[in-house]
Design a protein around this ligand. Sequence first.
Ligand SMILES: Cc1cc2nc3c(=O)[nH]c(=O)nc-3n(C[C@H](O)[C@H](O)[C@H](O)COP(=O)(O)OP(=O)(O)OC[C@H]3O[C@@H](n4cnc5c(N)ncnc54)[C@H](O)[C@@H]3O)c2cc1C
Length: 344
Amino acid sequence: MDQNMDENMQDTTPENTDAPLDGSHWDVVVVGGGAGGLNAALVLARARRSVLVIDAGLPRNRFAAHMHGFLTRDGFPPGELLELGRAEVLGYGATIVEARATTVTGEAGDFEVVLDDGRAVHARRLVVATGLRDVLPELDGLAEQWGRGAVACPYCDGWEVRDRRIGVLASGPMSVHQAMLVRQWSADVTVVSSAVAEFDPEVRAGLAARGTKVIETDAAAVLEDADGVLTGLRLVDGSVVELDALFVGSRPTANDDLLEQLGAARTAGPMGEWVESDPTGRTSVPGVWVAGNSANPGALVIVAAAGGVMAATMINADLVADDTRLALAAVADAGTVTTAAAAA
Ligand SMILES: Cc1cc2nc3c(=O)[nH]c(=O)nc-3n(C[C@H](O)[C@H](O)[C@H](O)COP(=O)(O)OP(=O)(O)OC[C@H]3O[C@@H](n4cnc5c(N)ncnc54)[C@H](O)[C@@H]3O)c2cc1C
């Protein structure tokens, strides 16, 4: 199931789309207005660059009521963080438009980005911070619980369910890590699914040694009570495993159409194939940086924001070098004209 297809979106973008954008030119266009994109925009706008943020308004963590692990903002509603972020970005004169960028062409100095409403904008540099979508295993009731009773990241949600009855829905070899990890938060952990059979004997022995129960039967449905609170899993044999929380491994899928259009190099990593970038987010395409989950599928919110800062400072330095080259060329041209005039 593709989590971008749901209706569960927060209205996270301001309605400042009246500006005559079509044909406009910007120092930097940032595609994606999550923590990664907004922090890039903030730093670039403060560096007095003209910045346009194009955002479709579907941040990955929109299913969660609270965000954890972000110093000073622990427990903050994710939508509120973005709302504050947008206000800060707008306060430095950047523009934010609610739209989806559909195509990108051109090269460093003049990229053209076309929006889903047909308008086209131009940019000297690009930040792609379009994040990823979590594709969930097909299971009745799972999408409804995603971000509430069913979660993926123990660092985000483990504390809230400490010492409770935790289930792990194994969906493949990658679930080993999750199954081992959540034991840190509770002694009552049950790993469910026939995928457990793929765990090697050493892993199974390790799970058993730490008291983790293993049930090699597939789940049929995620169960919830009348208030919508997760209560457990029904298995294909009809039995029920009572739970307070379920950890599920999603298949992280990059929102990377634009990077593909630009021909950005990709590389295989532990969480799938991803666009290649250096530690500052610089891709193989000159003038194009990535930030947040576009750069690193494992990035939590504060890491995504930091990636935006890193990309922004590198882009500004790159533009300064560009500005200097242009200024020198202008001086040389003027010198040629003056010399030619003197010789005439
Ligand atoms: C259920 C859940 C709970 C989580 N809880 C936590 C937590 O507690 N703490 C934590 O640190 N992390 C948490 N995360 C991880 C968190 O969601 C990511 O770290 C964070 O969203 C990454 O930020 P980002 O800016 O890279 O991407 P996103 O926040 O996903 O933002 C990307 C933006 O780009 C937009 N976009 C995509 N394509 C286009 C396009 N073509 N044109 C225009 N816009 C586009 C999207 O609509 C979106 O608005 C959680 C994730 C999930 C799924």
